[in-house]
Design a protein around this ligand. Sequence first.
Ligand code: PNS
Length: 160
Amino acid sequence: MSRALVPGSFDPIHNGHLDVIARVATQFDEVIVTVVVNPNKSGLFTVDERVEMLAQATTHLQGVRVATWQGLLVQFASESGATAIVKGLRNAADFDYEVQMAQMNRRLTGVDTVFLGTDPVHSSLSSSLIKEIARLGGDVTTMVPAAVHDRLLARLAEHA
Ligand code: PNS
């Protein structure tokens, strides 16, 4: 059984994430979308809310489950039996950042990272930009799943 991790903050999941997860799900028997908890960073959504939105958005994808992890990602890869970490690459800046982490992760435990080039339709997406645009009243309906869109607007309204 082949198993891969797709890690991230997912605060919140957007359509670029979803595209990568869907494509990876065709390549591995099991994909564990891993919400990595950073205790020093408070998000717009709680970790439980992110997990809920991810689970909802990936319910149609076979072999995909959602988990949380705090600590070294390679440790979770070992514990869960995942043989690969999968990342989407939007641009050269992503590459520079991600390749260093990939090399370090391989150095730590030998786990390899597989990169998928983002579909150009989604390459301008980031959770931070989407939150900023929505906060400023811009339209993000084409950038996130519909359920996430509703929760995003509701959460921002609470903070307004
Ligand atoms: O969505 P993000 O914020 O770009 O995700 C980055 C993330 C969480 C995947 C990355 O920071 C990570 O893997 N953190 C886990 C901690 C870890 O293993 N750090 C050493 C990396 S070499």
